[in-house]
Design a protein around this ligand. Structure first.
Ligand code: XMP
Length: 535
């Protein structure tokens, strides 16, 4: 199966989710994939011909933050209604299709936000599993008041006279509520009826099929060329490396640069997993001394990031050059011929990065701190085996490939490592203090069963010292700040309400076990106005 490639059978094409803004489309696309149907997000500016060219099994028009009666409001080429492809409009999408096909959308009252009772009033193949009344999740100010010719209204709610409608002849459906939101009872059933019964999609998008199709794609892309992958210890690069290794085995070399700014046991775990468990050719560069030397005396956050990013690139470049030469692809010092890459570089680009890059076809290369960037004078082509996947799919693929839970479920960690959590000068001693405190935070948060619920939970070392008293003596040592946040995507975050007994254990263990620390504080700042990291 190669879902990204259109086939002659229209039912094997993707389900296309048309994006009308905000994050609605991503959630819908994820829900479709959870039903084992491949979905992709497309901009609402795509023409009907663009969409038809993908031979989609179905089209879903997403919700959006605007009103269809605003000018300008995002629209869609009305040619899509004549393609003969099943269409489901959700919220804004339902209102848009109703209006474009001759119905009326109006402001009827105060709108509905949150849980709302819904009554099914007519027969619809989407409601075959539904009781007459249930609760759905609504978020609308306008409502459809007149259905277009050929349509029937099939549900109602207190402030939405037409909470669902469809045209039986053309398989065009609209629902005012959000079936993709977990608070909508039976929302999943409705999506499944649309996908399986109306679009006739086979439930073939599974983790095994993702792996098979990506393994085939990587093999076809790289042939017998050498492939490099910068491992960071994080989930994306780890899953990308494991996947590429499954495809091409010994052609892959992974490079792990220990900057001295990694978390406790991170380097050991990378060694253990990739060298010993997966038998991957791993170059482990122990470069802590070089990083600390370059960072000596530097306190400005941006300068720190720049130094780390540049040094990372330099080191990666040294290794890459040696490897490319060693693997016999290039003569030492020679450039690759224009039409032939020196080799390939694996990037852990995910689908949200691809969508955000705007084109939907070419991902922007992540900035240097993630993967070391591209050595400038070596012509690498990119291998991006995760570029179609959402984060939850990456984790599931990682598990299926046999990566340890600790890596697969690891919280995000910034490219510059602990340096952005050490306010002021980064020295080996201060990195050691923070690493020890951070290990306690991770251990206790895991023990409390909260590790997966939190987006991130870690320790920060400020650049001040405070007075304390321990035993008979006065101390003058660093405080450690606990930072724990919940978030969906790191764009916004809320500070986590950690239980008091967990905070008490953290405070007591950090002060007793980490030399150089005599006080523990809690960061209760959301993002915005704070950022998640301190630098
Ligand atoms: P902030 O601190 O900006 O961070 O709220 C948002 C998310 O991004 C992570 N982060 C980084 N990730 N390289 C990365 O790969 C970086 O330089 C970097 N800085 C911040 C941060 O951990 C959070 O998840």
């Amino acid at each position: 199966m190669s879902p990204a490639v259109p086939t002659d059978d229209p039912r094997e094409g993707p389900v296309l989710v048309v994006d009308f803004g905000a994050q609605y489309a991503q959630l819908i696309a994820r829900r479709v994939r959870e039903a084992h149907v491949y979905s992709e997000i497309v901009p609402h500016t795509a023409t009907a011909a663009d969409l038809a060219a993908r031979r989609p099994a179905g089209i879903i028009l997403s919700g959006g933050p605007k009103s269809v009666n605003e000018t300008p409001a995002p629209s869609i080429d009305p040619g899509i209604y004549d393609l003969g492809i099943p269409i489901l409009g959700i919220c804004y999408g339902a209102q848009l299709l109703a209006q474009q096909l001759g119905g009326v959308v109006d402001r009827t009252g105060r709108g509905e936000y949150g849980r709302t009772p819904l009554t099914v009033t007519g027969s619809s193949p989407l409601f075959s599993d539904w009781p007459v009344s249930c609760e759905v999740w609504m978020s609308h100010g306008d409502a459809i008041t007149v259905v277009p010719d050929g349509f029937v209204a099939t549900a109602t709610s207190p402030d939405a006279p037409v909470a669902a409608l469809h045209d039986p002849d053309r398989a065009i459906f609209g629902v005012q509520f959000h079936p993709e939101v977990v608070h909508t009872e039976h929302g999943r059933d409705l999506l499944e009826r649309f996908l399986y019964d109306i679009c006739h999609c086979p439930p073939s998008w599974t983790h095994t099929s993702i792996i098979e199709s990506q393994v085939a794609a990587v093999r076809a892309q790289v042939g017998s060329s050498p492939v490099l992958c910068a491992l960071s210890g994080g989930v994306d690069s780890a899953v990308a490396a494991a996947l590429v290794h499954k495809a091409i085995g010994g052609q892959l070399t992974c490079v792990y640069v220990d900057t001295g700014l990694m978390r406790t046991n991170e380097s050991e775990q990378v060694e253990e997993t990739f060298r010993r468990q997966f038998h991957i050719d791993l170059v482990h560069v122990k470069a802590a001394d070089r990083f600390f030397e370059a960072l000596a005396g530097v306190t400005d956050p941006e300068t720190k990031r720049k130094i780390i990013g540049e040094l990372f690139i330099r080191i990666f470049e040294e290794v890459a050059r040696d490897l490319v030469v060693e693997k016999g692809h290039l003569e030492d010092g020679a450039d690759a011929p224009d039409d032939e890459p020196a080799g390939y570089l694996v990037q852990g680009t995910l689908y949200p990065d691809v969508i955000e890059s705007g084109s939907g076809t070419a991902a922007t290369i992540k900035s240097h701190h993630n993967v070391g960037g591209l050595p400038e004078d070596l012509a690498f082509d990119l291998v991006e085996p995760l570029r179609l996947l959402f984060k939850d799919e990456v984790r599931a693929v990682g598990e299926e490939l046999g990566l340890p839970h600790e890596i697969v479920w690891r919280q995000p960690f910034p490219g510059p490592g602990l340096a952005v959590r050490i306010v002021g000068e980064v020295t080996p001693e201060r990195a050691e203090i923070l690493r020890a405190a951070d290990a306690i935070v991770v251990e206790e948060v895991r023990r409390a069963g909260l590790y997966r619920d939190l987006w991130q939970s870690f320790a920060v070392l400020p650049a001040v010292r405070t007075v304390g008293v321990m035993g008979d003596g006065r101390t003058y040592a660093y405080p450690v700040v606990i930072r724990a946040v919940t978030s969906d995507d790191a764009m916004t975050a809320d500070w986590a309400r950690l239980p008091y007994d967990l905070l008490e254990r953290l405070s007591s263990r950090i002060i007793n076990e980490v030399e150089g620390v005599n006080r523990v504080a809690l960061d209760i700042t959301s993002k915005p106005p704070g950022t998640i990291e301190w630098e």
